[in-house]
Write a protein that binds this ligand. Structure first.
Ligand SMILES: Nc1ncnc2c1ncn2[C@@H]1O[C@H](COP(=O)(O)OP(=O)(O)OP(=O)(O)O)[C@@H](O)[C@H]1O
Length: 256
């Protein structure tokens, strides 16, 4: 069942046209890779989905409902979560503080409101367990965690908003090799819960291993929409570079 449907979305920044009538869809429980060269328009398209940017033309629906008139806050409440590459974590704070940042559960003691730390810790732990994420300690500052562990905290935080769609921007780019599999497993966990995932990534091996489908943007156009089980690295790379420049393709393959 279609969760997100993007139809003919266009966007220009002043005289610079960045997206030209892009179509893309995501089903419930589907992981879709969004790939393309630097400047192809991936982030811009996703920022239009979250409401950070306004589309010049086109339509976007979530569960069949038009969302282009909704604010970023409303879209978040409707179930769209984006995890940015910088993760936006408070490095000095522990796991539960990060998971509940800005919306800490309260309790009343002698008529006064206090942050309910016990509830925060319990619910944070439950979210980590639900994901199957491995963290050294829930009460340590997340700045002391590895990149993969920090990514787990950001995903756990997104889950507490009960998302229908999670958009992840380069979640594995900064990770040590042995940590990448852990993050890909978290993506599989989101999928198994019926959550739709859009994975923006330059790491094509990761994209090929975890997605169901791959949408390739090339100079602001959806150049390919590939079923992952039926494609391969060469086909994806050739769609990214437009099928012509195979030296460029080889360089990509080496990076992937
Ligand atoms: N706020 C903005 N104002 C003007 N131009 C912008 C703005 N945001 C993006 N662009 C331009 O739009 C084009 C697409 O950028 P975008 O960041 O969407 O590409 P991308 O595919 O996400 O690239 P990358 O892989 O490098 O992150 C680029 O030419 C970029 O310079």
């Amino acid at each position: 069942m279609t969760l997100l449907n993007i139809t003919k979305v266009s966007k220009a920044f002043g005289p610079v046209s960045v997206l030209h009538g892009v179509d893309m869809s995501v089903d419930r429980g589907e992981v879709v890779g969004l790939v393309g060269d630097n400047g192809a328009g991936k982030s811009t398209l996703m920022k239009i989905v979250t409401g950070m940017y306004t589309a010049d033309a086109g339509e976007i629906t979530l569960d069949g409902q038009d969302i282009l008139g909704n604010t970023p806050g409303e879209r978040r409440r409707m179930g769209i979560e984006m995890i940015y590459q910088d993760l936006a974590l408070a490095r000095q704070q522990d796991v539960s503080a990060n998971i509940f940042l800005g919306r800490e559960p309260q309790k009343k003691v002698l008529g006064m409101n206090f942050v309910d730390k016990a509830t925060m810790r319990r619910e944070a732990q439950a979210m980590i367990d639900r994901l199957g994420a491995r963290l050294p300690a829930i009460n340590r500052p997340v700045g002391s965690f590895s990149g993969g562990q920090q990514q787990s905290v950001a995903i756990a935080r997104a889950l507490t908003f009960d998302p229908k769609l999670v958009i992840m921007d380069e979640p594995t780019a900064a990770l040590a090799v042995r940590e990448v599999q852990g993050v890909l497993d978290l993506i599989r966990q989101l999928k198994s819960e019926g959550i739709g995932v859009i994975l923006i990534s330059h790491r094509l091996n990761d994209v090929l291993s975890v997605t169901d489908r791959i949408v390739v943007l090339n100079h602001g156009r959806a150049a390919a929409n590939l079923t992952t089980a039926e494609t391969n690295m060469t086909e994806v790379v050739s769609a990214i570079v437009g099928g012509a420049d195979m030296d460029h393709a080889a360089a990509h393959e080496a990076r992937g």
